[in-house]
Design a binder for this molecule. Structure first.
Ligand code: PLP
Length: 448
């Protein structure tokens, strides 16, 4: 369009001189050029050389309704022309009120109140600061520890990042370790040798219960977990495990925070997966990404009405939740999210549920390849994990990053892959057709 900034070779050079990219290595920080993306359309993006690629990760698991949706562009324009911003400190706007109501309508149990943020990290941060405030107001200031798991990814702000449990994330980084208790990753593919999946579930639940007993429920404020660990490699925990953990939390008055930053808004075929897919009613759900299909940075936390009620009835009605972001309840972001929700409810969710079995079955055929140890997934998210050999299932690490090498081959062939060390994560826009799934898997097969 007339005012969009075109992709040019200059941009690559300018970035190398001035742009600090996320997740850089010290040896190239502030001096790195990455593949330049110029345009997007449906499930495709176009790189700086004009090459069309299938957007395998849908941006970062977020472009759920696909690129170049005119309806979303128009609503951004219209809302910005009507009201581009208002301070959320002592004013409010209609799009955020309407969106909160729509989201509450989809949330499980009594989750009925929404606090909007700028993305996923700030959503997780908000949920945890809310837990701290809740326990302070209720006269339990020592009940603040947070349970998190290996393989987790919850964000890049200080407290949310402290929860992260993926290899490499924390190697060179500090964190609020005194506030966090780490549990095992629920990854059945990496369970102890000789243990059945059923026994592995018992092991995880016992570890959880024993940790609560050892530390004391009176010191633990929250458990934070993704229903499916996304960036940890699309880890699907053993059947029933989440429900059992949820029950332990309930019995011990530990708030269960379900981090649905990736899984909400359609990735698993539903607006929220906690209840509809896994049968759990958390105390809080964090979301971001798919809420606007990535068209605008927005996230939030859905909070249980019970917690609100307890605060209102506490002995400290003057205690202030000292937390708010300049862009909390942004009118443009909320207006885009409302339109995006129309699209999801108007057919995209249904489509995602329909193609998901085909997507999973097609990708599963890659297990025929000798490099592939396991293909696993749910809904429209999957991980192809490469191993050195299938006996040991040791992660395959060629030139440090086999995922990056597969990505480079696939890029040549017309597919963008999300490389994660020895894993390739696939989470395309939810509007992908079965023919496009065939193309995607054929390229991935050749690339591997
Ligand atoms: N939580 C989960 C499960 C995520 O996958 C992510 C990002 O990938 C985040 C939180 C952080 O979200 P953001 O990058 O929008 O801050």
């Amino acid at each position: 369009t007339a005012t969009a900034i075109a992709a040019s070779e200059d941009a690559v050079e300018t970035a190398r001189r001035h742009l600090v990219q996320p997740w850089p290595f010290a040896g190239s920080v502030g001096a790195e050029a990455r593949a330049l993306i110029g345009e997007g359309d449906g499930i495709y993006i176009t790189d700086g050389d004009g090459k069309r690629l299938i957007d395998g990760p849908a941006g970062m698991w977020c472009v759920n309704v696909g690129h170049r949706r005119k309806e979303l562009a128009e609503v951004m324009y219209d809302q910005a022309m009507a009201l581009s911003y208002n301070t959320p400190w002592y004013t409010m706007n209609a799009p955020s009120a309407e969106l909160a109501e729509r989201i509450a309508g989809h949330a499980p149990g009594d989750l009925s109140h929404v606090f909007f943020t700028t993305g996923g990290s700030s959503a997780v941060e908000t949920a945890l600061r809310f837990m701290q405030f809740y326990n302070n107001v209720r006269g339990r200031p020592e009940k603040k520890l947070i349970l998190s798991r290996g393989g987790a990814y919850h964000g890049s702000t200080y407290l949310s990042a402290s929860l992260n449990g993926r290899p490499r994330d924390r190697d060179w980084m500090d964190g609020a370790d005194e506030l966090i208790v780490k549990l095992s990753s629920p990854n059945p593919f990496r369970r102890p040798a000789g243990m059945s999946v059923g026994d592995f579930a018992d092991f995880l639940v016992d570890e959880f219960a024993e940790t609560v007993a050892r530390i004391g429920a009176g010191r633990i404020g929250a458990f934070v977990g993704e229903p499916v660990q996304a960036s940890g490699g699309v880890v699907i925990a053993p059947d029933g495990y989440l429900r059992r953990i949820r029950e332990i939390c309930r019995q011990n008055d530990i708030l269960y925070v379900s981090d649905e930053v990736v899984t909400a808004f359609g990735r698993l075929g539903h607006v929220f997966a906690s209840d509809d897919v896994f049968g759990i009613e958390p105390d809080m759900i964090t979301f971001a990404k798919g809420v606007t299909s990535g068209y605008f940075p927005l996230g939030g936390v859905v909070i249980s009405a019970r917690l609100m009620e307890e605060l209102r009835r506490s002995n400290h009605p003057d205690a202030m939740f000292g937390h708010g972001l300049t862009y909390t309840s942004h009118p443009v972001g909320c207006a885009v999210a409302l339109r995006n929700l129309d699209l999801l409810e108007g057919g995209v969710l249904e489509h995602a549920r329909q193609v998901a079995p085909y997507f999973q079955a097609k990708l599963k055929t890659l297990e025929e390849l000798p490099l592939v140890g396991e293909v696993r997934g749910a809904g429209l998210m999957a991980c192809v994990e490469c191993v050195a050999d299938r006996e040991s299932n040791d992660p395959l690490l060629i030139d440090k990053d086999v995922g990056k090498r597969i990505d480079a081959h696939c890029h040549e062939l017309g597919l963008l892959v999300r490389p994660l060390i020895n894993m390739c994560v696939m989470s395309p826009p939810l509007v992908i057709s079965t023919e496009q799934i065939d193309d995607m898997v054929a390229i991935l097969r050749e690339g591997i």
